[in-house]
Design a protein around this ligand. Structure first.
Ligand code: ZN
Length: 295
C-alpha cells in the first residue's frame, strides 16, 4: 500500500500578537515574506488574516488582503486560503466581500476559503479569573449563509474548504456534497482546540480527532487537515501524520516560546522533519493542487 503524501498548511498569524513572538506577521509585506519562506521550507497551503500593519488589529481591508496574494503570486504557486475573518459580521455577503473583490483580478485571486460548518458560542474562558472573557459572542452560520458562501465561492472559481468542528459538521458536509455545494476531492479540516476554548469545538487530543474521523464516509476522497487553535501544533500533527491526514502548523496557533520563538518557516522545517521520520513524503504545491482538486 502506498502511503499518501502529506500536505503542509501554515497558519501564519490568526489574531496572535507580536508581543508573544515578534516573528508573527502583520503587514502584507511581512505576511507574504513569511508565506514565501514557508513555501521554500515545504508548505503548500497558506492561511492568513489581514492585520493592521501597526497595531495588529484584525482588518477587513480588501487592499491589505489583496496585497498579500499579489506578492505571493509573483514568487510561487502556493495555495492561498485567506480567512473570511470578521466572524461577528452579521451577513454572509459582508464576510465574503473581500474574497469576491480579490477574485476579479487574477493577480489577487485566492484559491480557497474556509467555511465553518456550524453555529456556536465563541466565548473564551479565563481559568485564572474563573469566568468567561465575553458572554454574548454567537458565531452565526445559518444554513442559508453556508449555502451562499459555498455557491458564491464556486461561482467565482474559489474552492470552499469544509471546516468541521464537530460530528454535526461532518454530517452537514455530507449533505452539502450531496447538494453539489462541495465536490470531491473534498478539501476539509478538523479544527481542534486547547485551553481557553472550552465552549466550542473538540479538544486537541486523539479522542477529539477520532470522534470526527469515525464519521467520515468510507471510501470517500476527503483530504483532511487538522489544526490546533490555542496551542502547540505538534502533538495533533503527529496523530494526523500517523492516520494519513494532512497537517497545519504556524504562529497563528501558538507562540512557541519553548522552541525559542521560531519563524513560521522554521516551524514548517520541523514538521517536514517529523513527517519524514514518520514515513510520510511531503507533497509539492503542484501535487497538493492535484490532491485537493484544483484545476
Ligand atoms: Zn484563521
Amino acid at each position: 500500500m502506498t502511503v499518501r503524501k502529506v500536505i503542509i498548511q501554515v497558519r501564519l498569524n490568526e489574531g496572535m500578537p507580536k508581543q508573544g513572538n515578534p516573528n508573527t506577521p502583520y503587514s502584507p509585506e511581512e505576511i507574504a515574506h513569511a508565506a514565501i519562506a514557508c513555501h521554500r521550507a515545504g508548505a503548500a497551503v497558506v492561511h492568513y488574516h489581514a492585520r493592521d500593519p501597526h497595531s495588529g488589529a484584525a482588518s477587513s481591508s480588501v487592499e491589505l488582503y489583496a496585497e498579500v496574494v499579489r506578492r505571493i503570486r509573483q514568487e510561487c504557486d502556493l495555495i492561498v486560503m485567506p480567512t473570511l475573518g470578521a466572524s461577528m459580521l452579521p451577513t454572509a455577503e459582508e464576510r465574503l466581500a473581500h474574497i469576491v473583490a480579490m477574485a476579479k483580478d487574477p493577480a489577487t485571486k485566492p484559491d480557497a476559503i474556509p467555511v465553518d460548518m456550524l453555529t456556536t458560542n465563541l466565548d473564551r474562558y479565563d481559568r485564572d479569573r474563573k469566568d468567561f472573557v465575553t458572554e454574548d459572542r454567537v458565531y452565526l452560520n445559518t444554513t442559508r449563509m453556508l449555502k451562499y458562501l459555498c455557491r458564491t465561492a464556486r461561482d467565482i472559481g474559489v474552492k470552499p474548504a469544509s471546516m468541521m468542528w464537530d460530528v454535526a459538521g461532518v454530517r452537514l458536509t455530507e449533505a452539502f456534497l450531496d447538494m453539489g455545494l462541495y465536490q470531491e476531492p473534498l478539501f476539509c479540516e478538523i479544527p481542534l482546540f486547547r485551553d481557553g476554548f472550552e465552549s466550542f469545538g473538540h479538544p486537541a487530543t486523539a479522542e477529539g480527532m477520532d470522534a470526527l474521523l469515525r464519521f467520515f464516509p468510507p471510501g470517500a476522497d476527503w483530504q483532511w487537515f487538522t489544526d490546533t487553535t490555542g496551542g502547540n501544533d505538534f502533538p495533533v500533527a503527529t496523530l494526523a501524520l500517523a492516520r494519513g491526514g494532512h497537517v497545519c502548523v504556524g504562529l497563528g496557533d501558538h507562540h512557541y516560546a519553548e522552541l525559542g520563538c521560531p519563524t513560521n518557516a522554521q516551524l514548517v522545517e520541523r514538521i517536514v522533519d517529523l513527517a519524514k521520520l514518520m514515513g510520510r513524503e511531503v507533497a509539492s504545491t503542484s501535487e497538493a493542487r492535484e490532491m485537493l482538486g484544483f484545476k
